[in-house]
Design a protein around this ligand. Structure first.
Ligand code: GTP
Ligand code: MG
Length: 612
């Protein structure tokens, strides 16, 4: 017989990036009394990783529990950036419904579509939360229309389209059923949540089934399996059947058992259906496995999520300056670290390459891969990172490549420029809306290949005003040759330390990436050439000293400040024959082949194969 846990609700908060999910979870935590009034807590406490705080975005999905009116609300805050979509898909396996957040002015954007599509596929009921209703440029009626259109477009059925709506200001912690009548607190939202999100259901007397949906590590306990209990009861000290992804079943012991209260893990003796728990004692457990009854093990289906669409090659640092900065340099260390990342990061894959000291790392997007590299360099690694490449797959005997859905917001003056940029990249305009405020939104389908390195050019062309977001949409037949970066590189022709005199001459040729007194080596990229081809340059030459002082010879010329590329910008800049050298303190661009003669040979070969 099936029964309900009416004292629990499990819900995921999903949205496009920056629409206010983490802020809303904060407000819920405050109102539940999780923090004392005088306690010193950060804004957006759920964004607890260093990089999350620095970048102001959520990277990992995390759960918290908020008590409300005798019901325990397990809330999963998810990232909104498209590259971390795997986290959202995983979160959907833990919950019985979702809060779909939409910004009252921006409306639904590419990632809104992605998360809604996944939620509807999983048959999860949706509550629409229109957030930031305090924005002076809110356009609530239109945004609602756009959301209904989105539901229809995705193919929602009638029951799915009858979703309740609540309006919020997450910053002040207020909600209301009408946009212009917010309550003092979030009560209207919480009531709706309890009423509309189904309580977890289970079969009475069914043997234990707990699904491992996430992993965590504790310095004292080792690996923790975060699970949702679907049926039965799990107890501390109990012997269980550990059903592995490879189909084998092993005996294991629950050495510690925890549930979540607000932001803390608290020990518990047992946990029943619907609860979200952390289990210690199974060192090699991974995501998708089931903890089951020893006598009657019944594994749950493995968790499947979208395949990666982008890859980069990550290897040891092979530059002449290797080893000066980091403490983790060997192929063994890099390989072990990448393997370790795979365990908790479901949307990544690592493949061997023909080299023993480099691996192909596959993921969802440039930011996801750049963040992995950033985390590794902070741990002391030195690495070489190649140009991001799209992954292809064969469908019905034809090569297909990933196509992204791209949304662009620009002042209407720039519509022409943007149209041109995207035509070069084989983008297809899907929709164009003029909001009448001087801003235009355009939606495109573009091969993912065309978007590699696009952001920099887009920002330059729109003078920093444009906003763009994209997310994987579909696989389409190969689009043929696409244009890449239109400029070449200024390449250092020898090793040494840069000299002001040399740089002064070089800055006429393009944009420099190095300042004076920096180490350079043959094959390192010291700047962007304004022309299309690469140019070998001497960046270390000092001025010849002469005995004769000629009048006016020492005119004071100024060195323009050089452009400092962040890791993501450096990865965006790359062409195929280029890579980035990453150390804890430096990001240097370089040619894959450092030696000039080798580069000339490779260039000839590439040209020959292009004209075939
Ligand atoms: N005016 C206004 N600003 C808000 C509101 N809610 C959130 N914000 C702001 O919006 C920004 C983004 O908020 P977050 O909570 O980090 O958004 P998020 O959805 O968690 O973002 P990701 O996790 O990166 O996808 C922050 O600067 C918030 O202060 C609101 O109701 N009104
Ligand atoms: Mg967030």
């Amino acid at each position: 017989m099936s029964a309900l846990r009416t004292d629990i609700r499990n819900v995921a908060i999903v949205a496009h990036v920056d629409h206010g999910k983490t802020t809303l979870v904060d407000a819920m935590l405050w109102q539940s009394g999780a923090f004392r009034a005088n306690q010193d807590v950060n804004d957006r406490v759920m964004d607890s990783m260093d990089l999350e705080r620095e970048k102001g975005i959520t990277i990992l999905a995390k759960n918290t529990a908020v008590p409300y009116d005798g019901v325990k609300l397990n809330i999963i805050d998810t990232p909104g950036h498209a590259d971390f979509g795997g986290e959202v898909e995983r979160a959907f396996t833990m919950v019985d419904g979702v809060l779909l957040l939409v910004d009252s002015s921006e409306g639904p954007l590419p990632q809104t579509r992605f998360v809604l599509r996944k939620a509807l596929e999983a048959k999860l009921p949706v509550i629409l939360v229109v957030n930031k209703v305090d924005r002076p440029d809110a356009r609530i009626a239109e945004v609602l229309d756009e959301v209904y259109e989105l539901f229809l477009d995705i193919g929602a059925d009638e029951s799915q389209i009858e979703f309740p709506i609540v309006y919020t200001n997450a910053k002040t912690g207020q909600a209301g059923l009408e946009p212009d009548a917010l309550a003092e607190n979030l009560k209207p939202l919480m009531d709706l949540l309890v009423e509309h999100i189904p309580a977890p259901s289970y079969e009475e007397g069914h043997p234990l089934q707990a699904h491992v949906t996430n992993l965590d590590a504790s310095p004292y306990l080792g690996r923790l399996a975060l699970c949702r209990v679907h049926n039965g009861t799990i107890r501390k000290g109990q012997q269980i059947a550990w059903c592995r992804t490879d189909g084998s079943v092993t005996r294991a012991t629950v050495s510690e058992l925890y549930i979540t209260e607000a932001l803390d893990r608290v020990e518990t003796a047992e946990a029943g259906p619907g609860e979200i728990i952390a289990v210690a004692g199974i060192p090699d457990v991974t995501i998708g496995e089931t903890l089951a009854d020893l006598e009657d093990p019944r594994p749950l289906p493995v968790i499947t999520i979208d395949e990666p669409s982008l890859s980069v090659t990550i290897g040891i640092n092979t530059s002449p300056l290797a080893g000066q900065d980091g403490k983790k340099l060997t192929a063994r260390q890099v390989q072990d670290r990448l393997q370790a990342e795979l365990i908790g990061n479901v949307s990544l894959r690592v493949k061997d390459t023909e080299r023993p000291d480099a691996w192909e790392v596959q993921g969802r997007g440039e930011l996801q891969l750049a963040i992995l590299v950033e985390i590794m360099r902070r741990e002391g690694f030195e690495l070489t990172v190649g140009q991001p490449q799209v992954l292809t797959r064969e469908i019905d005997g034809k090569v297909h490549e990933p196509v992204e859905r791209l949304a662009i917001d620009v002042p209407d003056d720039y519509v022409g420029v943007v149209t041109q940029l995207l035509a070069l990249r084989k983008g297809q305009l899907e929709q164009m809306v003029n909001h009448g405020t001087g801003w235009v939104r355009m939606e495109y389908l573009v091969p993912a290949r065309g978007l590699i390195g696009f952001r920099t050019e887009f920002l330059t062309e729109t003078r920093g005003t444009g906003i763009l977001h994209h997310v994987f949409d579909r696989w389409s037949p190969w689009f043929g040759e696409l244009r890449t970066r239109p400029t070449g590189a200024l390449v250092a022709d020898r090793r040494g330390v840069t000299a002001t005199f040399a740089l002064m001459n070089l800055q006429e040729r393009g944009t420099l990436f190095v300042g004076p007194q920096e180490d350079v080596y043959e094959g390192m990229i010291v700047g962007e050439n304004a022309r299309a081809d690469d140019l070998d340059v001497n960046a270390v030459r000092e001025k010849h000293l002469t005995n004769i002082r000629s009048a006016g010879a020492d005119v004071l010329v100024r060195l323009v400040p050089h452009r400092i590329l962040s890791l993501d910008q450096a990865m965006e800049f790359l062409r195929e024959d280029e890579c980035v050298e990453v150390t804890p303190h430096n990001v240097r661009l370089r040619k894959v082949a450092l030696d000039k003669n080798a580069r000339v040979k490779l260039g000839r070969k590439a040209r020959a194969s292009n004209t075939d």
